[in-house]
Design a protein around this ligand. Structure first.
Ligand SMILES: Cc1cc2nc3c(=O)[nH]c(=O)nc-3n(C[C@H](O)[C@H](O)[C@H](O)COP(=O)(O)OP(=O)(O)OC[C@H]3O[C@@H](n4cnc5c(N)ncnc54)[C@H](O)[C@@H]3O)c2cc1C
Length: 275
């Protein structure tokens, strides 16, 4: 299955789907049990983030192990995040080769942030400068084996506040061979929908997936709306409904933060999981 193809078909047929993002935890067994339960909800794919600050060799092993477990162990369609930060071309080769052998067919190609907060990002020697360059490299090395996704920023990026320039950079990544976009999380739905329109005006035709962070993880929200640990505030639900009704968006990507409850509450309220 090509993720972008299913997304396009779902879009045309107005069928809703969703995906789950996980990160590599210190101990994996709890998460594996949770993934086993969450796979029953039938996500289109699951993805595993890349800890750009981590030691590259260790990251290659821990991330690809988790990808292999999700892919071969649970039979899930998987997408591995891969960053340029701290990665030489050899490290990237090792990660891609292990992902390939682990059954992975999709990479979210990212530049990553600087390992130390607020420091200027610098390319690794014999590494890659922009996500666009990583996309090109994966295409060159693996042809069409991997589908490639890239990151989009409806609310801007800390290093580039000019939205038009950012969209140009997004288009460069897609023109280099990526086939879908996952956005940074956001809560301003109108802004997101305007941004999607702008991307379309600039010739971006590929599926754009909104990244959803269930707000139970935000201390300020939790304080303000105590019940949200087991439920979702109405503003958030109506925001999601607006995205799906007016925005012609039919896929939601959940930043699960490795927990299941809040994601399940949202999916239940949107009636997206078969009981
Ligand atoms: C959905 C999603 C998932 C993510 N997952 C991870 C993860 O797993 N691990 C992690 O460490 N980080 C992750 N990130 C964060 C991401 O790595 C950072 O936001 C990073 O700062 C930018 O990555 P990028 O791939 O968008 O970079 P790029 O698209 O390469 O852009 C980086 C900066 O360079 C500029 N730029 C791009 N092309 C050019 C050009 N041709 N000329 C001049 N400037 C240019 C852009 O405007 C931007 O300011 C994720 C972000 C998103 C939205």
């Amino acid at each position: 299955m090509k993720v972008s193809q299913v997304l396009q078909e779902n879009w045309q047929n107005e069928v809703a789907s969703f995906s789950f993002e996980y990160f590599v935890p210190k101990t994996q067994q709890n998460l594996y049990d949770r993934m086993d339960r969450m796979k029953e909800w039938q996500p289109l794919f699951v993805d595993v983030t890349w800890n750009a600050g981590g030691a590259s060799r260790q990251m290659v092993t821990s991330t690809t192990d988790m990808i292999t477990k999700a892919s071969k162990g649970f039979g899930l369609e998987t997408c591995m995040h891969l960053t340029c930060t701290g990665m030489s071309q050899e490290d990237v080769d090792a990660a891609l080769s292990k992902a390939f052998n682990g059954g992975c067919r999709c990479i979210l190609a990212l530049r990553g942030d600087a390992p130390v907060e607020n420091e200027k990002w610098e390319a690794t020697s014999n590494g890659f400068m922009y996500a666009r360059d990583l996309v090109k490299y994966i295409r060159q090395k693996y042809g069409d084996h991997f589908e490639i996704g890239v990151a989009g920023y409806p609310e801007g990026h800390p290093e580039q506040h000019d939205q038009d320039v950012l969209i140009e950079h997004l288009k460069e990544k897609l023109d280099a061979g990526a086939s879908f976009v996952i956005t940074q999380m956001f809560y301003d739905v109108d802004n997101f929908l305007q941004w999607v329109d702008k991307c379309r005006e600039k010739g971006i035709t590929q599926p754009i997936i909104p990244g959803i962070m269930p707000i139970t993880n935000y201390a300020s929200f939790i304080r303000r709306v105590k019940w949200c640990e087991i439920n979702v505030p109405p503003e958030f639900m109506s925001a999601l409904e607006t995205i799906m009704e007016k925005g012609h968006i039919y896929h939601l990507h959940f930043y699960t933060m490795n927990v299941e409850k809040s994601t399940r509450v949202i999916l239940d309220k949107l009636e997206l999981v078969r009981k």
